[in-house]
Design a protein around this ligand. Structure first.
Ligand SMILES: Nc1ncnc2c1ncn2[C@@H]1O[C@H](COP(=O)(O)OP(=O)(O)O)[C@@H](O)[C@H]1O
Ligand SMILES: N[C@@H](CCC(=O)OP(=O)(O)O)C(=O)O
Length: 374
């Protein structure tokens, strides 16, 4: 895929980070918002669907509540987010209206997307909004999100939304020109990476966290988001939101920021949903034979290939499969709980009856419920 292919994109997700949106925490950058909205409206006029994932509720809430530092307690964070979200949607709605476009506020938690039924509901709602030519403005539902049910950062949310609506392009607007070979706010000699294969392991070494106190994930979550987005075939560009006409130019194929090329085969819809699950309940350590047959033969995972188990989980929970180096190879929905798995690990399915007193499925994770990550 080339940048020039972005011109053909039918559906674009734009994610805007907190420090950009709030002028480094000074309050909503109304001029910049008007500029981004004008560019998104132009995309709509070209017949492209646009979905906006906007951060900034906490940062704007802090500003409105005159809090100098990001609150530490969950309830204060939730309160700040609720106050700030009002400012975000009001601004976006007013700006889009000036271009004759309707907006819709969609607030999601990870819990909404980890439940298959709610995931499909969210998908239908978003697709229906796009059919109505509405621009969805999405954020995490911070007012109710606790650690167990949150995405934690909007880069991940942006990627999961790109998966949900099967976007062609995810544009992550941030406060840096793009991804550098080290954090430019620490190393002035850092060099911009203009493009890279999304799975290049070098990216893990160069992408650091956020230092602003306003943003959450830094480049680390942006690279992870690009990998998630790639699972439905979406390309990702990480780019400065401060450049004039940045959204229009990226979609035109102008070489700006960092293009993370989705050089992986897109996953089927159900596997994409599995891959987007963030909360794994346990780990299975696989032997080399199991790693080989999952990777090369597309087989289900059998208990005989499991060396050991970690965590407490129940039948149907999501677990992570690790290779002998401890690298995450796959994840999937397990057919037996952790106590049972501890008993049948390394054993053939013909022994399940004897070891457990019963025998359900022969596979520990059926291949339909398993997604390879490498
Ligand atoms: N390799 C890198 N290249 C560029 N920025 C980096 C890198 N590693 C870490 N960062 C940090 O990531 C920050 C952007 O992420 P974040 O603060 O979460 O912004 P946003 O609010 O846009 O999501 C940059 O300001 C920078 O300090
Ligand atoms: N939902 C939070 C998102 C925080 C967040 O991810 O921020 P960022 O790293 O700036 O995208 C908010 O609106 O403040």
């Amino acid at each position: 895929m080339n940048r020039i292919d972005f011109r053909k994109a039918k559906r674009v997700v734009v994610k805007i980070g907190s420090s950009l949106l709030t002028n480094g925490g000074q309050g909503l950058n109304k001029q910049a918002i008007a500029g981004w909205v004008a560019q998104m409206a132009a995309l709509r006029r070209q017949g492209k669907d646009v979905v906006l994932v906007s951060s900034g509720s906490v940062a704007e809430g802090m500003c409105r509540l005159k809090l100098r530092a990001r609150p530490e307690t969950l309830h204060e964070l939730q309160a700040a987010a609720s106050v700030g979200q009002m400012g975000l949607v009001r601004n976006f709605e007013n700006n889009f209206r000036q271009h004759g476009l309707l907006t819709a506020q969609v607030l999601l938690t990870h819990d909404d997307l980890s439940d298959r039924k709610r995931y499909l509901n969210a998908r239908s709602t978003l697709l229906t909004l796009l059919d109505f030519a509405v621009v969805p403005v999405i954020n995490e539902n911070d007012a109710v999100a606790t650690d167990e049910i949150r995405f934690g950062d909007n880069d991940t949310l942006g990627a999961l939304v790109a998966n949900l609506v099967e976007a062609d392009l995810l544009i992550i607007l941030t406060d840096q020109t793009g991804l550098y070979d080290s954090d430019p706010s620490v190393n002035p000699r850092a060099g911009l990476i203009s493009s890279a294969d999304v799975n290049d392991p070098l990216l893990d070494r160069v992408a650091g966290g956020s230092r602003s106190g306003l943003g959450r994930g830094g480049m680390y979550t942006k690279v992870r988001a690009a990998r998630l987005a790639a699972r439905s075939g979406a390309a990702t560009v990480i780019v400065s939101g401060q450049l004039d006409d940045v959204i229009s130019e990226v979609v035109e194929g102008v070489e700006l920021g960092t293009f993370l090329v989705p050089n992986i085969a897109p996953l089927a819809a159900r596997k994409r949903w599995l891959a987007g699950q963030l909360q794994s309940k346990g780990c299975l350590h696989l032997d080399d034979g199991a790693v080989y047959s999952l990777k090369n033969d597309g087989k289900s995972l059998l208990a005989v290939g499991v060396k050991s188990v970690e965590g407490r989980f129940r039948r149907g929970d999501l677990v992570t499969c690790l290779d002998s180096q401890g690298v995450e190879l796959a994840r999937g929905l397990v057919n037996y709980g952790s106590e049972e798995v501890a008993k049948i690990a390394g054993k053939s399915s013909s022994e399940f009856e004897f070891l457990l007193g019963y025998s359900d499925e022969q596979e520990l994770i059926h291949r339909d419920n398993l997604v390879l990550l490498r």
